[in-house]
Design a protein around this ligand. Sequence first.
Ligand SMILES: [Zn+2]
Length: 356
Amino acid sequence: MEKERHYYEHIVGVQTEEEGAQSEDRLQGLFESKLSDIDEFELEKTQEDLEIIKITESIVDRIVLEYGGKPKSLPIDNVYLLTPNKLLEYSKGKFAGGLHNPLSSKIIVERNQSTVVFASTLAHEMFHLKGYKSARIGKSGSDIHLYRSGITMVNRKDIEAEVGEEKEYFTVLEEAIVSECVRQFLDILAEENAINEELIAFNQIRDYISKYYESIGVDEMRIKVFEQELKYIENSPQILEEIISYSEIEEERQGYASGMYDNLIKQDKEKVITLERYLERQKMYDLLDNIVSKSNGKFEYGEVFDKLAHSHFSGNYLPFARIVEEVLGKGEFRKLAKEFSYLLEQEDNTEETKDK
Ligand SMILES: [Zn+2]
């Protein structure tokens, strides 16, 4: 089998051939390295896990390709599965759910009992990892730093900063793009895995609740948002069974489903999961809406998002930057970089991602 190569398409600051070869080796070494401190938390992958990882990667790759990226396969050994709730302990309280390390191309994901939650977290990290990557040589000439990871740009002037301590631009926008791609991923997963009991039950319950909302006159837009944001309900197959046995009348089932849903939310936030990175996505939706409305019909929402996603996966952000400058004014792209560089710390632990 041909040896798989690291993901870096460009190394900034290389001046001699020797430096070039050294940094290549460095990156390849990191790519092939093994995490040494994870043994006590790591789970051995079952046949089912391997199957889910394979399906997940194949759907992710199709989406990456669609947005101009060049998806490279991820060696199975670069994916680490952890016992549920162990990532917090492993990362000393910093991360939960999943994380990725861009320089060494590693993904660490908790093996949630739900196939959908597991696949979705895995897809999230893959969308980060399979974004465009470039590195730069550090001050000493032998150390290697992250320069660009997807649309995220590391401040080059920060040459004194330790790896991982540099200021990063566009991180918020990257989270938003990645999460939006996870939504597309989940749609495809549901469509193509119509035999998955968990997905079928979940879709059916969501449908019951939507119909109930409709029947009591909830605004159409709000129902749509509810459907788009809801990602997972714990024990969907059992819950569906309960709903069905409650009554033979559809309307009564709908009302019952909605009541159960409300109860689940009250009980425990882990029982119902919505699409991640809500605040980041809202910030992105606002930006895209603003561009569309100020363009006076020249650009459509889908087209602008498409260009934005291309910036993340292909690395070429000029088409998006051009739209921004044309519609919002000169210098606005630069301003966005800052504006989208951070959010206030969130207490949302469901999905943290970047390992520094
Ligand atoms: Zn993320």
